[in-house]
Write a protein that binds this ligand. Structure first.
Ligand code: 5GP
Length: 196
């Protein structure tokens, strides 16, 4: 999606360790007009799918997912991270290794909000090694929900997550895929996306 790629080029900051900082428009200050355009693009890409709920993970997925849910006119549920083992049996639970914080989180969703009747669009800001997405797919599977697709804002194509998730046969639509980025020169190369 050209709008997002242009914005990443303009305002993204490449940090050591393959981290892209986008806190002026996604991760701290949020550009809702941009989120709206991203949501419209996913609406187009997932047209015809019987999506009745958006699923994301706290914290940084929530802003984008809320706008997507508004555009699709469905509710949004976010998986909660907790550092302690949760002994409440009314939750689905899994573990996720965080790329940015290098910690393992327990992640939960209440059984009230994820059911076998649900047809989910999973949304997140970034895809790196795919741990967050694999955790969300696991929670959806525990609930018996159907995953209709996955919408990612920025995929770091040089990390393993994209291939891992695509190998599962789920429709994954990343609006910007970074092929490479260089923290010394500031150069970012995007993967061409024919359908966008
Ligand atoms: P994964 O689980 O795919 O390794 O990482 C996905 C999560 O890590 C995303 O939800 C995002 O919050 C965070 N993340 C991964 N890489 C980056 C990055 O380069 N920049 C930012 N801002 N967040 C990232």
């Amino acid at each position: 999606m050209k709008l997002l790629e242009d914005r990443i080029r303009k305002d993204g900051i490449i940090r050591e360790g393959n981290v892209l900082k986008v806190d002026s428009f996604i991760n701290h200050q949020m550009d809702i007009a941009l989120f709206r355009e991203m949501a419209r693009e996913w609406k187009r890409l997932f047209a015809g799918k019987p999506i009745n709920k958006v699923l994301t993970i706290e914290a940084s997925g929530i802003g984008i997912a809320a706008v997507v849910a508004s555009e699709l006119n469905v509710p949004v549920v976010f998986a909660k991270k907790s550092m302690s083992i949760n002994l409440d049996y009314d939750n689905y639970e899994t573990q996720i290794q965080s790329f940015t914080h290098k910690k393992i989180y327990n992640v939960i969703v209440s059984k009230k909000f994820l059911t076998p009747e649900d047809h989910l669009l999973i949304v997140d800001d970034f895809l790196a090694n795919g741990c967050a997405l694999m955790g969300l797919l696991e929670l959806a599977a525990e609930a018996g929900a159907t995953v209709e697709g996955i919408g990612i804002g920025i995929e770091k194509g040089f990390q393993a997550g994209g291939e891992l998730v695509r190998s599962k046969g789920v429709q994954l639509e990343s609006l910007a895929i970074i092929e490479s980025m260089d923290s010394t020169t500031g150069e970012i190369v995007f993967r061409p996306q024919p359908h966008q």
